[in-house]
Design a protein around this ligand. Structure first.
Ligand code: SAM
Ligand code: SF4
Length: 336
């Protein structure tokens, strides 16, 4: 029996879950200082979900009423044959999926943007923390700014609309680029979200409390140059949006510290290993890989496991800036 989608994914607090993020790999060609430690060990291949398993998960979630799937990672576009997965998931639009979207560091877009668009990917978020090549390299440890800028242009040329930049702002590292990043977004017709760093995984690069730069501080910086008008627009995520009159860009703020967004949470995540994570900032999880591998092809059992997991979804995160992070997994495992 197929569970009825209408009432399926609702948690104990009455929140309807209609958005899922898949971390399709924990690997990445960058080593951003807030996301990874300099020396990372990655998962052995057998522990990572196969593309077929990810496609089966996509089908199960959409049958349960999920309307938006985001592919992330690690860097989703370094996963071999990721286009196959995009095509498989893209077909779920016939079953009720309204949006297949990707978050990427942009390094592979020059090569892949056209095929991603053709595969049914609706929108792309591209991470960009600095417009200064040296600084970009320091923040990503291995990244090349010009390659990402070419990727952005390729995504625009491929026909992607409402491309959004994501910028993690760290005090003393790139907080003086808040206005430059906004000018860049406006000039190129892009949206932009500023993100407060979250304490996920132990990192050695900087002290997170010292590097904290609040959304409020960013808004103050912007207000010196632009008029910011609050907007009720939403993209189904935790960003709070503003408009700058006379421009087409939306300016968003993702502020887990200064604005807790848990009350409206509509999403869950699947880690690269197939752990269904009920909250970015808590450890509550269910091992869906075990279900997939113990009962291949059994969609009902998979759906029942997902439905049962909703009871574990906690009310919210408990991020703290001081001391050791309470969440030891790095963002690349979780899928940001
Ligand atoms: N590799 C892709 C990228 O960088 O866009 C997708 C995965 S990355 C983990 C997704 C997003 O999470 C990026 O925008 C990145 O800047 C953000 N991120 C990573 N670690 C973070 C942290 N500790 N706090 C806040 N955002 C973080
Ligand atoms: Fe890679 Fe994205 Fe993490 Fe940077 S933020 S190291 S690009 S996964």
């Amino acid at each position: 029996m197929n569970p009825s989608p209408a009432a399926s994914l609702v948690d104990r607090f009455g929140r309807r879950i209609n958005y899922v993020r898949f971390s399709v790999t924990d690997r990445c060609d960058f080593r951003c200082v807030y996301c990874m430690s300099e020396r990372m060990s990655f998962l052995p291949r057998a522990r990572v979900l196969t593309l077929e398993e990810l496609a089966a998960l996509g089908r199960a979630f959409v049958a349960l009423g999920v309307r938006k799937i985001r592919l992330t990672g690690g860097e989703p576009l370094v996963r071999q044959n990721v286009l196959w997965l995009c095509r498989e998931l893209g077909q779920l639009r016939e079953n009720g999926l309204t949006e297949l979207v990707i978050t990427t560091n942009g390094s592979q877009l020059e090569r892949l943007a056209g095929d991603l668009h053709a595969a049914g990917v609706a929108r792309i978020n591209i991470s960009l923390d600095s417009l200064q090549p040296d600084r970009f390299r320091r923040l990503t440890r291995t990244g090349e700014l010009e390659q990402v800028l070419r990727g952005i242009r390729a995504a625009q040329a491929a026909g992607f609309q409402r491309i959004k930049l994501n910028a993690v702002i760290l005090k003393g590292r790139n907080h003086d680029e808040v206005v430059d990043l906004a000018r860049f977004a406006i000039k190129n017709g892009l949206d932009l979200s500023y993100i407060e760093e979250m304490p996920l995984g132990v990192i050695s690069d900087h002290d997170r409390a010292e590097a904290y730069y609040s959304s409020e501080a960013i808004r103050t910086d912007l207000a010196r140059v632009f008029t910011l008008t609050p907007s009720t627009e939403t993209t189904g995520g935790p960003s709070r949006y503003y408009r700058i009159p006379g421009t087409d860009s939306r300016i968003g703020f993702i502020a887990p510290h200064s604005h807790n967004f848990c009350g409206d949470c509509n999403r869950v995540r699947v880690s690269a290993e197939g752990r269904l994570l009920l909250c970015l900032g808590q450890e509550h999880s269910v091992d869906l890989r075990r279900v997939l591998r113990a009962h291949p092809g059994d969609r009902d059992r998979l759906q029942q496991a997902i439905i049962a997991a909703m009871h574990l979804k906690p009310h919210g995160h408990e991020f703290q800036l001081g001391g050791q992070p309470i969440i030891l997994r790095h963002m690349n495992h979780t899928g940001g």
